[in-house]
Design a protein around this ligand. Structure first.
Ligand code: GLY
Length: 380
């Protein structure tokens, strides 16, 4: 085996997960991160929802299955993480379930359509509740809630603890992270990815994985897969221990996720604003209004943080995972709204493809080839 490292571009949730799993399989790994790891990427600002049943989108059946497959790998992933950390707290999965609530008559129709759609997907556990049944399970819900769809198999995790633990596990397993490193170019020779170039320095690699999230477009030669940033603004509200939401709460306009440290996260806007991460009044005002409409107590809570992040979105809003037309050049990006949820599956899949040449059947629709029209120019 070559002693050149496998190079990963991007030290967020996906880069760290893939890198750590490669290290566990005996492959040396170096991460190059544009900013700093693990706090600068979309994963830090995420709500940590492991909610494939609530997130299931029309025409996204394969993605729904993929997300569920990843959720089923989470326990093993966390178990392995516990083996590789000393200082960090590995978060537990909170199997709280989701509740999608309806307030207006439009919401009720939307909820009915969502129920029928989920029924067509097959084996989803769900219960349609009246407003009062919903409030029995979730006393903080507003009296305005008229109906709710309860999805007991959804869960959540503290994504920040997860990122800190992955960061430590990656380093403890012998990985190297080069922070504030801009990758100018990926160099290929005879159809094989050979090296990356940072500030005029060439770094040779045994293979390259691109998990650069929304900033992928800045690397020369890879624009063709069309990843774009989709901004999400999020509010963190402070609660004391007497306040506890029992579920992930969603309406058609907002979601609320209370984490194990008490933070009540209200999110998130979906904005096409390029690479801007500016916090703006309009989306924050709307999110707070929509959250208050569902959980009136929100009005009283202290705003502890306002955050924004850039989700990496592909043209079909599905992830891009696997080897490209250039040998030894792998993609693990485009996770859009599902980066935290899809981290375990992406990490195991890339490990199996890179180390053992094995591909997962459930990833055939998510290969980079669906977006690759032209190859990266050859080195001369
Ligand atoms: N997964 C939630 C979001 O992207 O806002």
């Amino acid at each position: 085996m070559s002693d050149k490292a496998h190079i990963i571009i991007g030290g967020g949730i996906i880069g760290l997960s893939v890198g750590w799993q490669l290290l566990r399989a005996g492959i040396p790994v170096e991460i190059y991160e544009e900013s700093s790891s693990p706090r600068s990427g979309a994963g830090w600002v995420a709500a940590g929802m492991l909610a494939p049943n609530a997130e299931a989108g029309y025409e996204e059946e394969a993605l729904f299955k993929l997300c569920n497959n990843s959720l089923s790998l989470y326990d093993k992933f966390l178990e392995e993480l516990r083996e590789d950390v000393k200082k960090s707290e590995v978060p537990k999965i909170d199997r709280c379930g989701s509740m999608i609530v309806a307030i207006t008559s439009d919401d009720i129709q939307t909820l009915k359509r969502q129920y029928e759609f989920r029924k067509s997907l097959g084996d989803i556990s769900m219960v349609m509740l009246s407003g009062s049944e919903a409030r029995e399970r979730e006393p903080l819900l507003s009296p305005k809630v008229k109906q709710a769809l309860f999805l007991p198999n959804d869960a959540q995790i503290n994504n920040r603890k997860l990122l800190e633990a992955l960061h430590e596990a990656f380093l403890n397993s012998g990985g190297t992270i080069h922070e504030h490193s801009h990758i100018h170019e990926i160099v290929t020779r005879n159809g094989v990815a050979e090296s990356i170039v940072t500030k005029g320095t060439v770094h040779f690699a045994s293979g390259i994985t691109i998990s650069a999230g929304a900033l992928i477009g800045k690397i020369s030669g890879i624009e063709s897969i069309g990843i774009r940033p989709v901004k999400g603004q999020m509010i963190g509200l402070k609660t004391d221990t007497s306040v506890k939401l029992q579920h992930l709460i969603r309406s058609p306009r907002v979601y609320i996720a209370q984490k194990d440290d008490g933070r009540m996260l209200v999110g998130a806007s979906v904005e096409e604003q390029g690479t801007s991460r500016t916090i703006t009044a309009g989306p924050i005002m709307e999110l707070l209004h929509y959250a208050w409409e569902v959980v009136p107590l929100v009005y009283e809570l202290e705003i502890a943080e306002l955050q924004s992040g850039l989700r990496p979105a592909s043209r079909d809003h599905c992830p891009v995972i696997g080897e490209s037309d250039v040998a030894k050049l792998f993609y693990a990006t485009g996770h859009y709204r599902n980066g935290i949820l899809l981290a375990p599956l992406t990490a195991y899949a890339l490990r199996d493809e890179i180390v053992y040449g094995k591909k997962r059947d459930d990833l055939s629709m998510f290969a980079p080839q669906r977006f690759l029209k032209k190859s990266i120019p050859e080195a001369v």
